[in-house]
Design a binder for this molecule. Sequence first.
Ligand code: PAF
Length: 501
Amino acid sequence: MRSAAELSVWRRGLDRPLSFVPTMGGLHGGHGQLMRSARSSDQGPVLVSIFVNPLQFAPNEDFARYPRTLDADVAVAESCGADAIWVPSVATVYPDGPEDVMRIQVPDSLQRSLCGGGRPGHFDGVATVVARLLAMVRPDRLVLGEKDWQQLVILRRLVADLGLPLSVLSVPTVRESDGLAFSSRNRYLSGEQRERAAALPRLLRATDDGAIDRLPNALRDAGLEVEYVERVDPVTLQPCGEEKAISLLAAAVRCGGTRLIDHVFLMSRAPLVAIDGPAGAGKSTVTRAFAERLGLTYLDTGAMYRSVTWLVRSHGVDPADGAAIEPLLDGLDLQLKSLPSGGQQVLVNGKDVSTVIRSPEVTASVSAVAAHRCVRQALTNQQQAMGAKGGLVAEGRDIGTAVFPDAELKVFLTATVAERARRRALDLEQRGFPVPERSELEAQIAERDRLDSTREEAPLVKAADAVELITDGMSIDAVIDELVGQFRSRVGEEVWPTPGN
Ligand code: PAF
């Protein structure tokens, strides 16, 4: 398809969610992977656009000689499962001309570092064209590569800041047999340059914390001209050091006249996710499913507080008596084991308490026991030890504030009191319990919130850097999708792949 009208007619005929892969043509194995990932993850239609966007090239850059290989591109797109290809002209994308289009201005903080530093205006041009393409295509999902990580971060922000009704699927970098990331510009390289270029991924991969300062020289020694080598926070794109457990080490070089970019993630431990929020917000259901989707271990801190409560009660100790509880914590052996059936086994000093910790007696005392400083300290220490290597998602009240303040993703999952009362009534009804009046349920929930957020020890508060998710009107799947999207905008597939992908 070429015209906006043809696109619009095709678009109107679709009855499944549309995935959109914007490209500038010169299609290669990396683009192929974008199409295959889009196709395999939900089987819906896939549209590829090919448009060499004049707005994202500076006058001295390669706009005129950028590869234009339409016939070969059509063959690649077809063989990789695209349903349609849209090749608009400049006049279709910019009816008043590129100079007169309403521009998107990318925040300075996101384009100061990495490629933005040496290519002023480039990301404004990328964001502007993508906004135009999205307005015309109206996809349900935008599919982008992780190779240009800065572009991915910026376009995710475009979608979030403009409140566009679509999700973003990011796909890991695909490499050629010598390790070089697929790029339309690789075809500019001669055989000899190609050998030199392969040093970029090789040296990036060989660089650890201590060797970053030596990387620019190593690249130069390999015959590459260095534009930048930078280590940044993958979310804010601000320069960072080894205090960040997961950071992005990115480089741009020139090989002959050809500009090449690549990056690696430096990771001192696997990712951590903290999910906090009030009672009844559905945290455990979504956290368990989210953990499974991303291959993270699920840490149910509520089960730990319940286990201590069970121990307290089984010793006949008053749940309100902190001094009497303290000795029980000495040498406490508390273990959470995932069962192959998907459930969880909880062992306290070797005894299986998985079922008894859910009893009404434990439920009635857990708030009192969990409020003691000695209990919180003991369990926080244990949770931190369990999370020392990362690879974990923990759910509770103070995970993002007290237990894992350095978690890569913090979420404050909540819902209005009315919504939580509605869900609670449904749950009671399904379990065959009597259902109190809605106003009474709402009053109970509001009182529990008040107690949780005003208690002295580890009150329930949203961490300053947490993402707040209000789940009223959202299905469980929509909440999980949102959490996965938030995770993926912080931790690339490349460094923490989705199992089964
Ligand atoms: O990555 C690209 O190919 C381009 O920057 C994009 C996203 C298609 C916008 O022109």
